[in-house]
Every structure is written in C-alpha cells, then in structure tokens.
Design a protein around this ligand. Sequence first.
Ligand code: ANZ
Ligand code: ZN
Length: 813
Amino acid sequence: MEKYEPKKIEPKWQKKWDKEELYKAEDFSTKPKQYILIEFPYPSGEGLHVGHLRPYTALDSVARKKRMEGFNVLFPIGWDAFGLPTENFALRTGIHPQEATKKNVANFKRQFKNLGLSFDWSREINTTDPEYYKWTQWIFLQLFEKGLAYQAEIPINWCPSCKIGLANEEVVSGKCERCGTQVEKKIKRQWLLRITKYADRLIDDLEKVNYLEKIKAQQINWIGKSCGTAVKFQIPSTKSQTNSKSQITNSKQNYIEVFTTRTDTIFGVTALVLAPEHSLVEKLITKDNKEKVMSYIEKSKKKSDFERTELEKEKTGVFSGSYCINPVNNEKIPIWIGDYVIATYGGGAVMVVPAHDKRDFNFAKKYGLEIKEVISGGNISKEAFVDYGVLVNSGQFNGLSSEEAIEKITNWLEKKKFAKKAVHYKLRDWIFSRQHYWGEPIPLIHCEKCGVVPVPERELPVELPYVKKYQPTGTGESPLAKITEWVNVKCPKCGGSAKRETDTMPNWAGSSWYFMRYTDPRNNKLLAAPKKLKYWLPVDWYNGGMEHTTLHLLYSRFWYKFLFDIGIAPQTEPYTRRTSHGIVLAEDGRKMSKSFGNVVNPDDIIKEYGADTLRIYELFMGPFGQAIAWSTQGVKGVYRFLEKVWQLSLECSEKEKSSPRIIRAIHQLNKKIDEDLEATKFNTIIAGFMKFLNLGLENKKEVGKDTIEKMLLLLSPFASHISEELWQKLGHKETIFKEKWPEYDRKLIKEEKITLVIQINGRVRDKIEVETDISEEEAKKLTLEREKVKKWTEGKLVKKTVFVPGRLINIVV
Ligand code: ANZ
Ligand code: ZN
C-alpha cells in the first residue's frame, strides 16, 4: 500500500486550490453570506510561531465547513503593519520600515500558504499602504469635524527608553508594555479621541451581541460606569460661609466636592482626602503644615497612577491643617492630602468612612482617625463592614436600609443644594498621538491665522515621507518634525505659510476599521461601496485574543458606531459574535519567546509532519479557550492518527456498504462535529474522529466506501490536504470542497441497545443491556460488576475474556 507522505501531496493541492480560486468570496451572491474574521497579524521580523496559528486553523475549519454548507463565505486576511517593532528594527539595522514590512509580509504569506488556509487572497490589505491609510486619515478627519478629535495638554505616560508617549493600556504594572522600563509622567500636547462620549452606548449595545460573557464583563469593567453622588463639603474659613445661599454659586470655590457611591455612610465621615493635584490644595495648607505637605506632594509626583492605587500598598497621606463641614450634621471634618486618590477620577476628592470602607479603615488606623459606625451588622473594632445594612448614628435616617438611605439622603441633600447625582467613568479619552515615524500622519495643518485646518479630502492620503532618518527626537517631538520640506506647507484656507501636524496615529488606528475595507478592498473613491458594506456586514463571527478586549475590540466598536452615526456603517455593532482563544505556551510551560529560545516554528513542523498534522494538532491540543503547552509527543500522535486515516481509507474502499453500527457511528460523528464546531469545541471533534477511526480499524470488514467518503467529507475542513488526496483516490474528479456537507440521520444515531450474553467458562450465567458499539474493555468492566457474575468470579483470577461484539462476552476463570 502507498505510504502517507504529506510532503508529496500538500504543495500540489495548495497550488491547485489557489489556481481554481476556490475560496473567493462573491459579492452579492444569492447564497446566504457568512463573514468569518480572525484578527489580522502584525508582520514581525520573527515570522509566525505555532502559537499564532491556533485561531487561524480553528476559524479556517469554520470557514470551510460553512462553504460546504452552502454559504457564501468571506474569510479574508491582511496585515496590520504600522507600529513600533518594525520601527525599532529599522533603527537597529538601517533597513527602512517599508522594506522590512515588505519582507516580513512575504514571509508571513509564505507561511500561511504552506498551511493551506482558505483565505480569500484577492482581498489582501495592508494598513501601511497609502491606498489603505488614506481612509484611516479620512475617518480621522470626520471625527475631527464632528468635534470628537481634540488637542489637550495632558500628562502622558512617558517611556524614557522608547522615548514615546503611551496610552494607559500600553502601561503594564507601571512599566512600558514593550520594553519594561518604568513609565514616567510628562506634560504634552496630544490629540485625543472622545471615546468617552460613546461610553454608555458601548455598554448598552453589548446586549445586542453574542460575545463570550467574560469579554462583555471585561469591557463593562473597563468602561467602569459608576452612578453615585457629588457631595459638597463647605470650607468655613472662607468669608462667604455665613450666607448659605451664595456658597455654591460663589466663583471663588469655598467647598470641596467629593464623589461617592455610598451616601448612606455620610454620617460616618471622619476625614476628607484630596488628590495632591487637586486645585484647592494650595489654599488649604496651613502655615504649620506647609513643609510636610509640600515634601509629600513632591514624593508622590514621582509615582505612577498604578503605584498610587495598587491594592496591597499601604495608603499614605498628610493633614493639610484645614477643616470642612459635613453637610448632614455640621461636623468639623479634617482635610487630608493623599496620593491614593486619583486626580482624574470623580473630581479628585473622597470622603473617608473608615467603618465601612477597607481602604479608609486602614488609613484611619494608621493616622489615628475616628472610626464611626453608621451601618450596623459588622464588628468595626476589627475590620470595616462594607456591605449594605441598616443605618445607625445617622439622625433622622436611623433604621433605614442602605438602599433606602442612599435614595433619601441624596434627595435631601439635593434639595438643600449640597449634592447632585453624578456619573463617572473609568474610561478615559483615547490618546491618539504618537511621536514616531512608522504610523499614519495625522492629516491636519497648523496655521497661525486659521488655527488647525484639515487637509482637504482630495489631497489625501498625506503620505509618510520616505526618509533615511526616523530616530525619535527624544524631546518628545515626532521624527517628522525634522523634515522641514515636508512640514512646511501653505495653509489650505488662507494660503499663508503653515506647518503640518507631525504626530502620527497609534498602531490601533488601522485595525479599527479594517474589516470594513475587506468588503471592497480596491475601491479608490470610497472607503467601501455602501452596497458591499450592507451585503457583508456585520461580521458574523470574529475571533481574537483576550488581550484585545479593552483595546482593539472597544476601539473598533467605537469607530463603527461613529461611522454609523455619519451614515457609513450599516449597523451600530460591527461583530455579531466574538470568541477568544487561549495562548499556546512553549513545551517548558513558559511563554514562547525568542529570549527563552523556546519558540516552535511552524516551518519545522510542516517539514517533518506536514501541514495537516500541524493544523489538527492545533485544534486537538486542548480546549480552545484555555492556555495550553505545546507537546511534540502530541504532534506525533496526530501524525499517527492521519496515517490511520490514510490506511483505513485505502483498505476499505472495495466494499460498497458499511455495517449498521459503522453507519451509526459516522452519523454520530457528523452530529458531534455540527454541534461542537459551533461551540468552539475543536478538540473534542478531533477526539471524536480518533474514536471513530479506532472502531473502524478494529472492524475493517464492516467498513465500506460509503463510510470512507463521508468520513473524508467530515474531515476535510480540518485536515484538508489528506482529505482531498484520498477523495481523488476514491475516483472523484472534482475537489472535495465543492461537495455538500453531509447531514446526519436522527433516527440512525439513536443509541440502540442490544442484549449481551454473559458466559462464565463457556456457560450462560447472565444477560445485560448495553450500547451497540460497546468496547470489550467496557463490557468486561460492566460484566464483572454484576452480582450474578461475582458469584462465579469472586476471588478468582480472570484468565481470559472472549468478546464477540454485539453478541456475547465469555469470562474464563
Ligand atoms: C465614601 C465611601 C464609603 C465610598 C464607603 C465607598 C465605600 P467606584 O464604584 O469605583 O466609582 N472614590 C471616589 N473618587 C475617587 C478617587 N478620585 N480616587 C480614589 N477613590 C475615589 O467607587 C466610588 C468610590 O470610590 C467612592 O465612594 C469613593 O469612596 C471612592 F463605605 O465614598 B466612596
Ligand atoms: Zn491659514
């Protein structure tokens, strides 16, 4: 028999499929559409490693199956190629980012093609192509014109090593996500996008989509909507305090506003704490405390937000010397400065309720503040009682539940003009400027007379000038600032001399709308034709990494909503379904990384075992959503499995029709694939194949061509090359991928029971009801557990068992 040699068959089919354009998506086909999307890769210099392939192989099998089911499938691919790694590589080697990108893309493409993935290559896009980023710039201009892009002097996270400003999301544990250097603060003029304006819709519309629950939860937490109350505490030292009416409207602010979600605890306030950056701090410091407070503020300036709010860290503070008045009982409350209070959240001031907040409890213990119980139910001599409960020590509100009290106290204070309901979000506006070369230029012009003027649409794209020097300036300015012949332009409005904006966009820009471009990738008049957008969108199934939940996924939902608002996107949500895969760790259990030397290259695996083995292994390695370590042993096991597929197919194609139980088994497998694929249980699909194959091999005489053909059809989305090869070997002329996906017969797969006769030493002693395809192992186990059998076998050694499938089992003792 001919041997299974993937090297001989895989390149052959890849070429053929390519030539026949088998995976081309057809605009406006009458078939129902399915848009299957994977996150497009960043073409790095290192090439793909096996970890990257997990989502590609999984969604490739989905795309292939859907095509066979009669869908018009769009399964596109492209390159998210702007960004720092390429720029840093260029700085190291002197190879221009554009050249490096070209080379990297070619390498990634070769690797993808060797895997035989069913991408529609005719729709390939690249975010660094001016024809593409023209539209990224165009979208930016729409945002600008609608007031959603604005400049602000803001403290940015500054990486002193990369010499770049970082978005909050790019700071991990206070360190630069890329290089690990401690991040500092730096004040800089930046472009920001007003994503906060969409915060509510980004939360509310999650109800419309089918995302994994943990993805929804992460997005909701990240946006961090908090409904509470802003409460005013007067500062009595200011003159106007005698006139209660004018206090709040006084232009010289003589009150501190705190944000709280727990007005029910307000009778228990024993201090206020202001962020060191709070605008009133200077005014509140008394002479005696000045030195201490100033030195405290200096120290906290050096800390990142992360360090300041880290949960385990002890909270510190210093007394300002001043007091304010609690509006519910006119008590004198000391005002402290503490850097655990974040200036940019909730107004930068908090009321301290030590009895009912853990952080406040520790703070009070440390500095000897009073701990006053106002919610009963806990033991506040030991710890803070943070739950809701019944009010005590709270004047006329005693006896109310926390829920009622929040409502009543808030309303009461609101009437007295000491409070108003307030909503705060943790989400900040999206810092959209980078001071780097390898990104989309922001298409704006600064004119002294006219201010900020957009580049006219007909002049887009503003191309990135091809230059030799693209070192960061280190001053915080973009390298583009040094290219005077590019920077100096005429103002499009008044014709006077003006300068281009030299900041570029962050690497999240191009990926915020790429899935729209796939619908019409070569359109040079529009971002995409409305008809095509309408036909293909929304994406039916989008898979990507969990690490993109609060960045890319949120950003692209924001852009899509905006594009909907200006009449371009056909719906308000871009992705109907979102799933996520677990990462693949190296064999040693660590992250795959060049620095650990534990990266597995798909090229090597394909060379040794073939693409089908690699792909099946990627699916089989473990539950799709979980992190899993690579196993060479596992790869070998999959290779043997495919050898068995080969063997069974070639050996069993003589007979026309299979036995009833083989037919039943293949129908069961068919059902399993249909169900498990939708549930992303790719590993159990492969396990199902293995089980079926063992049954077939053990009972070769019962297996006919009908079953082999069905098995190959079922296997083709997963192990495409071997299935196609064997399909042709069975005498078919057309590709297996134009066949229809098999359907299973519900009646056939019903678990049929048979009566198995039990013999001991050749004599009938018992009978048992079992499944038709019960294995010898299982039959033996069930038999030996039976009381009637135990009578004969207890204490005796089982010498032998004879098993006649579907008929009897004989135990010899
Ligand atoms: C008094 C209080 C009593 C609070 C109590 C909690 C429990 P979320 O839900 O996250 O919005 N807070 C307000 N502004 C802050 C800031 N700038 N930095 C640090 N903490 C701040 O939390 C709102 C709560 O976080 C507020 O409610 C406030 O503490 C604190 F038993 O007020 B609370
Ligand atoms: Zn001008």
